[in-house]
Design a protein around this ligand. Structure first.
Ligand code: P6P
Length: 339
């Protein structure tokens, strides 16, 4: 009966968020309404991404589709959908998107207390070969929605109220934290609902996988080179780690969260701040990792303590299993001591 009850007592993301809300009696449901609009955006992008391949096959893509309309690139389309969904929620006042050079300030009549930073379709260069891609988002509360400046969004990641990603792959999986653990939901297309499939995700304390673009090895600094060397030629008799690198952050981080291990995009001589963006790639993934019992480190400090000064600022990032990040922190500190 237990199994039967479990099967029929569907915990949807909507119910989950409402339950969360009841833990915060002071909240007027604004947060639940905001999240429901983010979920709406994810559902739309999921269906567009799944059709993209088909669109190419039947000639809908490229310059114009059969209706003669300009066929939008998926990342542009996804961005427009999220911006419109977030503004129409009436709960946001600033939006920062990877696709938009400037932040979007919502018109006063539609303003709410939240600021959302997001990458509407991260890894979109991988679409044509069918590799999983995703939406990454983070949510801040602003101090005063009537006097909103860019400073409101240049907050350290530890101030985030929520963060998550939606991965568009063999299934559509939304992983979310609202500050009390991490939960994974899978879209049931027949219901159009995200169902709780990965309750209370905890990342394994250690891992057998390292995930980095080895093609950048020529430009890495000492500690990174030493760490990766250790993964391949362990000197303590442990077996070498496996390398898994998909090149789509959401896919690499999702695997790291579930299987354990370490994901790193270090600084290198070409890009002294690494490649990944602080607000809508590093912070949300670091928030999730900490909520799942892992760590996230920039090479100099805890990632969530970083205070950004620009909305598209980059940072090196080492995130994953608690013990694996500890090893990197030790190597970085040794390097500092040797200076
Ligand atoms: P590289 C995708 O373009 C992306 O922004 C992330 O999703 C991914 O982790 C990274 O860049 C891959 O970068 O330099 O290894 O191709």
């Amino acid at each position: 009966h237990e199994a039967e009850a479990h099967r029929t007592d569907l915990m949807t993301i909507t119910r989950y968020v409402l339950n969360e809300q009841s833990r915060h009696p002071e909240s007027r449901g604004d947060f639940s309404i905001l999240l429901s609009h983010i979920v709406l955006g994810c559902k739309f992008v999921c269906s567009s991404v799944n059709k993209a391949g088909l669109a190419k096959l039947i000639g809908l893509a490229g310059e114009t589709n059969v209706q003669g309309e300009e066929q939008k690139k998926l990342d542009v389309l996804s961005n427009e959908v999220f911006v419109k969904a977030l503004i129409s929620s009436g709960r946001t006042c600033i939006l920062v998107s990877e696709e938009d050079e400037e932040a979007t300030f919502v018109d006063p009549p539609l303003r709410g207390r939240y600021c959302v930073v997001f990458d509407p379709l991260d890894g979109s260069s991988n679409i044509d070969c069918g590799v999983s891609i995703g939406t990454i988002f983070g949510v801040y509360m602003v101090k005063d929605k009537d006097d909103v400046t860019l400073d409101e969004v240049l907050q350290p990641g530890k101030n985030m109220l929520a963060a998550g990603y939606c991965m568009y792959g063999s299934s559509c999986t939304l992983v979310l934290s609202t500050g009390s653990g991490v939960n994974g939901f899978t879209l049931d297309p027949s219901l159009g609902e995200f169902i709780l499939t990965h309750p209370d995700i905890k990342i394994p304390k250690k891992g057998k996988i390292y995930s980095v673009n080895e093609g950048n090895a020529k430009n890495w600094d000492g500690p990174t080179t030493k760490y990766v060397e250790k993964c391949k030629f362990p000197n303590d008799g442990a077996s070498p780690k496996s390398l898994r690198y998909i090149g789509s952050m959401v896919a690499d981080v999702h695997r790291t969260l579930l299987y354990g291990g370490i994901f790193l995009y270090p600084a290198d001589k070409k890009s002294p701040n690494g490649k990944l963006r602080v607000l809508y790639e590093v912070f949300p993934m670091s928030f999730l990792m900490e909520q799942a019992g892992g760590q996230a480190f920039t090479g100099k400090q805890r990632a969530l303590d970083l205070v950004p000064t620009k909305i598209h600022q980059r940072s090196p990032i080492f995130l994953g299993s608690y013990d694996e990040v500890e090893e990197i922190k030790a190597l970085m500190e040794q390097n500092l001591l040797q200076v």
